[in-house]
Design a protein. Structure first.
Length: 758
């Protein structure tokens, strides 16, 4: 009865009514206004969790407060009350609450879900802690007269508590004062002791990880390039402005040392820093470098227990940490006096999250740095086109380090043309590469072999001329769909029958896809039976610590050959690696992705950078069907500038990022026809939105992605392209606003702004 007609007294609006806007991480997402009851008036703050009634049945829900307000709102009369406040203090400060709403807006994700991403579940669940009740003697009752008024046992216990000089739990006091619970309860009810509840860790946390892995060298003098890079960064720090600096330094130029010195500068003024690295680079080696140089370091990684994660988060929030080192989620570290954000290997794909909110840590870091007025340093030997473009448009300052430390030469890169029959063998390793591996093993050097065979997409490539079958409209390689023998462009759905011979040279025997690391391992073992070999890819690296174990064995010289996927291409610094072999440089090139050339250049350059780091030098052998491809050519000469210039031309031609913006909507459902129908109607709404807003947006699709059926769900893509991210955002918002799919259809869609894996 009360549900429909609120009693009249609830309708009177007090002038100073306090309200809070609450959001939820499940539908309906809110925000909804609630009244803050008198007793919570000064308690509820943005960034806290509250429990509130929701819906007709007044279901108790946990929500996040994003705003509080004094004074009547439009519907103050019918407002419901907050039931309970769940946090004593906000879990994120006002600045982070603003960041949450920025992410929610930009990435089109409900605010509540963004909170759940920002605040780890271990923190929300208070992992590894429990509440304990402590007793302290009440001051007013601590005089002799009051004490003497007590019966003997209570007196003894009370005197003991005073003498202890610290709060004690009841059970502690029972043990020490040798009494039962009775006297303690009596003291409590008579008001002799005060009771306080405290939350404590249940397990002791290790303060640091094993420290002395790897090199322990002290760096005494910076190179000239490091000095001038540091001067520019320090100037940016001192300016008190939000500035983005792109540190483009070749592999082995000593970028990490520059970050460390810049952080020292920030720490000197009582401020703190975040350093993001790809998860894979979070080796003991990286940790050691930071832990040796700073007092309070928190290293975050994906294999922490919830208790550890919670513990580190609390340390960070209390201001006990100067430097947070971690993967993309470290961008949310709640440091109270953040003064600098660094992203190492900023081009790395792992900085983009592939679940909602599909944020890019670089973009979020930029937003956070802007709102705090602090510098952001992006470091890479192969900057992303986005960051490179930012230096051209004045959004970022470019700092270049051209030389390796000690002027060590860049390794020589030899290209092996796989089209030349003489060099080919039956397997994956060509004659020149086989010889190079043999030579290196004979010299007691170590070898890294890269085969980046990931994912599912099968390219259609001619083994004779190297031609790749591509889409005439999108310039993207077509994907071979086994069912029906079709070759499909997964951008625009252009479809042809898969050609049985090469359309370019008529060679009869066109090939689909190829080889994986597993097969390669078998071959390498057979070719070099006395060598000790380890394989590193996501299949062999599932267990916690396996990555570290393999790298330690490689460092110690126990292993001769390390082979694997792009995992082995990043950040490793082993002076005895004298040879790097790239099994198929084209594997990333013919992915149906406009970033394919960029990925290829990055991968080859990065893996090449793993050698030549010691006094014995190093060489690189790159196998390819397309040695003339600009990306491979540029990588073989370590020529980023040439690559970036060429690449920008081709991006401009099709208006691909960073010149334009791209967004993608993925529609998933259990029934193919229904899913496609939903995708079609979404497309219709996008077209209408585009028209209504009068904006230019290219709409492609709905097209099936390379795997049309994934985990039992059919998938369709709609791709949107425009010159401006804001235009795309507005179009999608308008089209999806109040777009609901009947539950029985079992179709969901996600919006991916600035997608990285196409
Ligand atoms: P990058 O990240 O640019 O590839 P690193 O920071 O890993 O390079 O540095 C490469 C190697 O050079 C590391 O072993 C590092 O300890 C060393 N190094 C860096 N700066 C100096 C220096 N000024 N003097 C001597 N060695 C240095
Ligand atoms: Zn196409």
């Amino acid at each position: 009865l009360f549900e429909t007609e609120p009693p009249p007294w609830e309708l009177t609006i007090a002038d100073d009514i306090a309200t809070a806007k609450i959001v939820f991480s499940e539908a309906p997402y809110g925000p909804y206004d609630y009244r803050i009851p008198e007793e919570y008036r000064d308690l509820v703050k943005p960034g806290m969790r509250v429990s509130v009634p929701l819906g007709h049945r007044r279901k108790k829900m946990i929500g996040w407060c994003i705003e509080t307000q004094l004074g009547p709102t439009k519907r103050s009369g019918k407002l419901r009350d907050i039931i309970e406040v769940l946090d004593e203090e906000p879990l994120c400060d006002a600045h982070l609450v603003r960041l949450v709403s920025w992410i929610s807006h930009y990435y089109q994700t409900p605010t509540g879900q963004v909170f759940d991403t920002l605040i780890p579940s271990s923190v929300r669940a208070n992992a590894g802690t429990r509440e304990r009740t402590y007793l302290t003697p009440c001051k007013q009752k601590s005089d002799d007269k009051s004490i003497e008024a007590l019966p003997a046992k209570q007196q003894a216990a009370f005197r003991f508590l005073i003498a202890a000089g610290r709060p004690m739990t009841a059970s502690e006091l029972m043990v020490h004062a040798e009494c039962t619970r009775g006297p303690i309860n009596a003291l409590q009810s008579k008001g002799y002791v005060e009771v306080a509840v405290r939350r404590e860790m249940t397990t002791a946390m290790p303060m640091r990880w094993q420290k002395d892995d790897g090199e322990n060298q002290q760096i005494h003098t910076l190179s000239n390039e490091q000095v001038s890079a540091l001067e520019k960064i320090d100037a940016a720090i001192d300016s008190g402005e939000a500035r983005t600096l792109l540190l483009h330094g070749v592999t082995g130029s000593g970028k990490t040392e520059v970050y460390i010195k810049a952080i020292e500068h920030v720490v000197r003024f009582g401020r703190s820093a975040i350093v993001m690295v790809p998860e894979i680079s979070l080796t003991p080696q990286t940790r050691g470098r930071f832990e040796r140089r700073f007092e309070g370091v928190a290293v975050l990684h994906s294999q922490m227990t919830p208790a550890e994660r919670h513990y580190q988060w609390q340390r960070i929030r209390r201001g006990e940490v100067q430097v947070v080192v971690g993967p993309r989620s470290a961008v949310f570290a709640p440091l109270p006096h953040l003064g600098l954000i660094v992203i190492d290997e900023e081009h790395d794909a792992s900085f983009k999250q592939d679940t909602q909110p599909r944020y890019h840590a670089r973009k979020v870091a930029h937003a956070r740095a802007m709102s705090l007025g602090i510098p952001l340093i992006l470091g890479s030997a192969t900057p992303s086109m986005e960051s490179w473009h930012a230096t051209a448009t004045g959004h970022a300052e470019l700092i270049t380090m051209k030389d390796r430390i000690y002027q060590r030469p860049m390794p020589n890169v030899e290209l092996v043309d796989l089209r030349i029959r003489d060099d080919r063998t039956r397997g994956a390793i060509s004659r020149p590469l086989h010889q190079a591996v043999q030579d290196t093993l004979n010299e007691n050097g170590q070898v890294i072999l890269l085969l980046n065979r990931r994912g599912f997409a099968t390219t259609i490539q001619c083994p004779s001329c190297g031609h790749v079958v591509s889409c005439p409209d999108c310039d993207m390689p077509l994907t071979h769909h086994r069912d029906g023998g079709k070759a499909v462009c997964h951008y625009c759905d252009y479809t042809i029958a898969t050609p049985p011979w090469c359309p370019a040279c008529r060679f009869d025997g066109i090939r689909y896809g190829g080889l994986g690391t597993q097969k390669l391992e078998v071959e390498v073992k057979a070719r070099f039976p006395s060598a000790k070999i380890a394989r590193m890819d996501s299949d062999t690296m599932r267990r916690p610590g396996s990555h570290q174990r393999v790298l330690a064995a490689f460092r110690s010289g126990e292993l001769n050959i390390l082979l694997g996927t792009q995992m082995i291409a990043k950040g490793l610094d082993f002076p005895n690696v004298l040879l790097v072999g790239v099994i198929n440089a084209d594997s990333a090139l013919h992915f149906p992705d406009f970033r394919a050339a960029e990925r290829t250049f990055q991968l080859v350059t990065q893996v090449a950078g793993r050698t030549g780091r010691g006094e014995r030098g190093g060489r690189v052998v790159v196998q390819t069907f397309t040695p003339e491809h600009p990306a491979i050519q540029a990588a073989s000469r370590h020529d980023y500038l040439q690559f970036a210039t060429d690449e920008m031309v081709s991006r401009r031609k099709f208006n691909y990022p960073p010149l334009g913006s791209v967004a993608r909507i993925i529609i998933r459902g259990t029934v193919e026809e229904v899913t496609e129908a939903v995708a079609d109607s979404l497309l219709g709404r996008l077209e209408a939105a585009r028209l209504a807003l009068g904006v230019e947006v290219r709409l492609l699709g709905p097209a099936p992605p390379p795997i049309t059926k994934l985990r039992g769900k059919y998938r369709f893509h709609i791709l949107l392209q425009a010159t401006d991210a804001a235009v795309l955002g507005a179009t999608i918002r308008r089209a999806t606003d109040s777009f609901t799919i009947p539950e029985k259809d079992d179709v969901q869609y996600v919006v991916d702004i600035d997608p990285m894996d196409m």
